[in-house]
Design a protein around this ligand. Structure first.
Ligand SMILES: [Mg+2]
Length: 322
């Protein structure tokens, strides 16, 4: 079977920049891709969407190697040599092309409590205050994600104290130092937070390579791995705690789909700031996650997502307009 391969480059500025302890993200680049089967005119869309800008060059080089028209078997052979983000986009498009993935446009997460809100670290107290005043008619808690390791340690600990004094059962917290704490700081925060009902998890509290430290911290408090899974993907089969899973950064998101279909626990779905095309599989997987044994709202960074046609839930429309 011959496949027609098309690609379009995209660039957008986030509606709100994201600052973490390592870097600031203000824009995003990548490619949306379209595969067409010449026999029955079936179509599959995918997105190559590296989270880290330093991976753009490697993805560009790999995408340039794919001919416009090729045998499906040839593509399947080539795919394994590509950057994980290129593999992710191609595998998603192939799965849609062969009917393994059928997207449901009704899987939307547009209500405020349906996705974790990525807070602005400067104004987190104000944000918490606003969300605590939400109407009584909304019974679901609001999940807030707080990026730490940005300011000095003392002032962040004081802020933590203020946050814990302020929140009630309407707020859930995810705290993410993006791997920049040392064991001493992580242990101190774990001691403060270990009996706090509102905490979902500490996300990547220690460096991605400090698995011994992460394992021992996990005995005290829920620890979610994020950067560790990107650097050491084999941990997906080993880590029994929470896993922040980013479909666009994994070689084959269909494996994650199968894990969720098989009711694997402790998988939380996260965006890497994709367009509406990449968002389709994220929504699909997040919807499945919520039906699993450990439901948790996904991290979709909706506040940071621009409101243009590039983020529509209609893949054809995004393709035509770009
Ligand atoms: Mg994270």
């Amino acid at each position: 079977m011959k496949i027609l391969f098309k690609k379009k480059y995209f660039f957008f500025r986030l509606a709100k920049s994201v600052t973490n302890s390592r870097k600031q993200l203000i824009s995003k680049k990548g490619w949306i891709i379209k595969l067409e089967n010449n026999e029955d005119n079936k179509i599959g869309f995918g997105e190559v969407s590296p989270l880290y800008p330093e991976n753009i060059k490697a993805c560009e080089k790999d995408i340039a190697l794919i001919p416009d028209y090729l045998e499906r078997s040839e593509l399947l052979k080539q795919i394994k040599k590509f950057h994980p983000c290129v593999q992710s986009g191609l595998n998603t498009a192939l799965a849609e092309l062969n009917g393994e993935l059928v997207f449901d446009r009704e899987h939307r997460f547009d209500k405020i409590y349906q996705s974790a809100i990525l807070c602005d670290s400067e104004n987190i107290l104000d944000e918490i205050y606003i969300h605590m005043k939400k109407p009584i008619s909304i019974s679901e808690p609001i999940t807030l994600k707080w990026k730490v390791g940005i300011k000095d340690r003392k002032s962040e600990e004081l802020l933590l104290e203020e946050i814990l004094n302020l929140i009630n059962e309407k707020i859930r917290l995810r705290i993410d130092p993006n791997g920049t704490w040392n064991r001493e700081v992580a242990t101190r925060w774990a001691d403060i937070l270990k009996d706090i009902y509102n905490l979902d998890w500490l996300e990547q509290p220690l460096s991605e390579d400090d698995l011994e430290g992460l394992n021992s911290l996990q005995k005290k408090i829920p620890v979610a791995l994020d950067e560790s899974l990107l650097k050491h993907p084999h941990l997906i089969n080993k880590w029994n705690g929470w896993q922040i899973r980013r479909p666009s950064q994994e070689k084959n998101p269909i494996k994650l789909l199968k894990e969720l279909e098989n009711k694997k626990a402790y998988r939380a779905i996260s965006t890497s700031f994709e367009t509406g095309i990449g968002r389709r599989i994220i929504n699909q997987l997040a919807f499945l996650q919520l039906k699993g044994p450990t439901p948790k709202v996904p991290g979709l960074a909706l506040k940071q997502t621009p409101k243009t046609s590039l983020f529509s839930n209609n893949a054809e429309l995004i393709w035509d307009k770009l």
